[in-house]
Design a protein. Structure first.
Length: 334
């Protein structure tokens, strides 16, 4: 059995565009925000981008809904800065009209006519083209001194079931525009997404369905010549039983009399029903840990760097984002 690589690799440290995906409910938005904070340490400037219209970053950082503008949402240790952008598809299309066809006024007229909604409905791939095009512009933008505006860009990407279709815009662009400025811009998007500057990180829980989707997503990314980054295992629970006792407990073989003796030796006098409940909870915990170990073995097949985030007992708030960022830094994120 292969063993997953530990921590952040030197190769990942050279990535500038980080997509964070995962099955719904695994915490991908939280991990994207925390990754942004980790990457912003030491005076770096990082941009968070969301593309699904949920305003997840605004909720996490407890701010007003984000406009279609890059807005500062947090600072990082060492003088770093974290900004966030909510990409609005309609605004992105108007921006395209203005940049490539000098149709600013006409674009506003099209919006009043409802033509933008019609266009994105008629050509569904156009939506992803616009989103990835704006992402590329943010990654490639430079200041007057030639330095990139952002040291890194982190995108809260669509879930694992849709992420490859979202990123693999080549076919969509071939169908939409064979020549012209939009096609030229799209070719640049394709080059960036398939380059060493881009990685797709996958957030999972040690549960059957998220792990299966993660492994399937790695295969899909490989098949599309897109680069998987790290697997981020979220909400890890520490085992509370010695390894030698785990399998027996998972099989239901817990000696209740020994449990009672241990409780009595600790000076506790508990009702019989409470002791029985503790035994049942021990078995349930062991079954869960054994299932997590099997899931970990399945994840190892992906042969990717692995990061682990412990379960946070008090939920996720702004302080928790910084705590998770610190955990990521301890595992090599830089």
């Amino acid at each position: 059995m292969s063993t997953p690589l530990a921590g952040w690799t030197d190769e990942l440290a050279r990535v500038r565009l980080h997509f964070v995906s995962g099955k719904g409910g695994t915490g991908k938005t939280t991990l994207a925000a925390s990754l942004g904070l980790a990457l912003a340490r030491g005076g770096r400037r990082v941009l968070l981008i969301e593309v699904e219209g949920r305003q997840g970053f605004a909720q996490l950082f407890d701010t007003e809904p984000l406009p279609y503008a890059e807005q500062r949402v947090a600072s990082a240790p060492g003088g770093g800065e974290l900004r966030a952008l909510h990409i609005d598809v309609e605004a992105a299309l108007l921006e395209y009209f203005d940049l490539f066809y000098n149709l600013g006024f006409a674009g506003r007229t099209l919006r009043r006519m409802g033509a933008i909604e019609f266009a994105t409905t008629l050509a569904p791939g156009l939506r992803d083209v616009l989103l990835t095009g704006k992402i590329k512009e943010c990654v490639g933008r430079t200041e007057s001194d030639g330095r990139h505006t952002y040291d890194a860009v982190v995108v809260d990407a669509p879930p694992t079931g849709r992420v490859v279709k979202f990123l693999d815009v080549t076919k969509a662009l071939t169908d939409l525009a064979r020549t012209g400025p939009i096609r030229g811009q799209a070719d640049g998007v394709v080059r960036l997404l398939h380059s060493g500057e881009t990685a797709v990180h996958l957030v999972t829980l040690l549960e059957e369905m998220p792990v299966r989707e993660t492994v399937d997503a790695v295969a899909e990314l490989d098949g599309a010549d897109l680069r998987p980054g790290a697997v981020i295992v979220n909400r890890m629970r520490p085992p509370r039983l010695p390894a030698r006792s785990l399998q027996a407990a998972a099989d239901g073989r817990v000696d209740a009399s020994r449990v009672r003796t241990g409780i009595a030796a600790a000076g506790l006098d508990l009702p019989e029903a409470t002791v029985d409940a503790l035994v049942a909870e021990t078995i349930e915990h062991a079954i869960g840990i054994a299932a997590e170990q099997r899931a970990r073995e399945q994840l190892a097949e992906a042969d990717l760097p692995s990061l682990e985030i412990p379960d946070l007992p008090h939920g996720v708030d702004v302080a928790a984002l910084y705590d998770i960022a610190e955990i990521l830094v301890e595992q090599g994120v830089r």
